[in-house]
Write a new protein. Structure first.
Length: 362
């Protein structure tokens, strides 16, 4: 055989010459004969000793072993593939364990509400514990990630004293305790080598202001006659603002609020925070606060939504600088104590000031 023959191949053992006058090989040969003859697979010439084998066996063998096209006038067929069904649409999922988060949140709420309305001093103790644990988380992360050695002992002792002083002596006591705590940080750090002294004490003074000083406004709220209801209003507005931001942002959020700081926060979530907080503020000021009015609650809700969002973004900035996701792992589904205080701390002075302006110090 040669590459110019498109007709049926010669049978096995055929050695004769083509007849005179026969039509030339190729597509123009006898049509009637071509219709009755099935195209045969093209196989290479066999040695002489194999030419007398059975033609049918040759065809079967060739069909079983030839991996290329079987016929010269036929292209190889690609194996048919069954199209896979499209994957089901993925639902949005929260980044945390919601069951654990809800359980821990309910437990914390029970502790806070129980201590708040039973004995005020017990609630002050809860605030002190939260402040000390928050300081421990913050200083530990600074040490681990940046090598900053902010002294924990004077921070913890001074922070607890600031919260108690705010409850006992008001704003004046809180300011005095803060000044003494900052001084204690400066002196305590002197017991170590002078390298990085300025860096460490700066971080320590920042920690004094960020955690215990802002928390003293919660204890100062508690000193009013309706102090428990004021603190409850502060907690409810902050929690409702965070919940509204999460719910609306998770469902409708498409436009990023601050992608470089916190990619998960959206403008739609901020709108949800404002709407939820304003409604909650109107209800709380109307029904929980003595001499309060609903319109004051609207303004307070707007201020709380702004301060809570800024506080959340502020800690997100700190965590992004440190290269961490959470400040701690103490609270399953939430992270650490500081991850829960991020929006509460900057909101406390805002609510305290507005309550003093709207209804007095009590």
């Amino acid at each position: 055989m040669n590459d110019s023959s498109w007709g049926a191949p010669q049978g096995a053992g055929y050695r004769g010459a083509p007849e005179m006058g026969a039509a030339p090989a190729g597509p123009a040969h006898d049509v009637h004969g071509a219709q009755q003859t099935r195209p045969m697979p093209i196989v290479p010439d066999l040695p002489d000793e194999g030419r007398d084998t059975d033609d049918r066996a040759d065809r079967n063998r060739d069909a079983a072993h030839v991996s290329g096209p079987l016929f010269r006038d036929e292209k190889p067929q690609e194996p048919m593939s069954t199209p896979s069904p499209p994957p089901p649409p993925q639902k949005k999922r929260a980044g945390r364990d919601l069951r654990a988060a809800i359980g821990v949140g309910v437990g914390l709420g029970a502790v806070v509400i129980g201590s708040l309305f039973v004995v005020k001093a017990v609630f002050v103790g809860v605030v002190v514990v939260a402040v000390v644990v928050g300081l421990w988380e913050l200083t530990s992360r600074l040490k681990e990630r940046k090598g900053i050695d902010a002294p924990l002992v004077p921070l913890a002792v001074g922070g607890a004293a600031m919260v108690v002083a705010g409850y006992v002596r008001g704003a004046e006591g809180a300011w005095i305790a803060m000044a003494l705590t900052a001084l204690a940080v400066l002196v305590w750090r002197m017991t170590q080598p002078p390298a990085d002294y300025l860096r460490d004490v700066t971080a320590g003074v920042f920690a004094v202001f960020y955690v215990p000083f802002l928390a003293t406004f919660v204890s100062m709220m508690l000193t009013a006659d309706d102090g428990a209801w004021r603190v409850l209003t502060f907690l409810l507005l902050t929690v409702v603002s965070d919940t509204g931001a999460y719910a609306v942002g998770w469902r409708f959020g498409t436009h990023k609020l601050a992608p470089r700081i916190s990619p998960g926060k959206t403008r739609e979530g901020l709108v949800g925070a404002v709407a939820f907080a304003m409604v909650a503020g109107a209800l709380c000021m109307q029904f929980l606060i003595d001499d309060g009015s609903w319109w004051q609650g609207l303004l307070m809700g707007l201020a709380v939504a702004a301060s809570a969002t800024l506080g959340d973004l502020g800690e997100s900035m700190i965590k992004r600088d440190l290269g961490i996701k959470d400040m701690g792992t103490l609270l399953p589904g939430h992270g650490g104590i500081m991850d829960r205080l991020d929006s509460l701390l900057p909101t406390a002075p805002i609510v305290w000031i507005l309550l003093v302006v709207f209804v007095g110090a009590g």
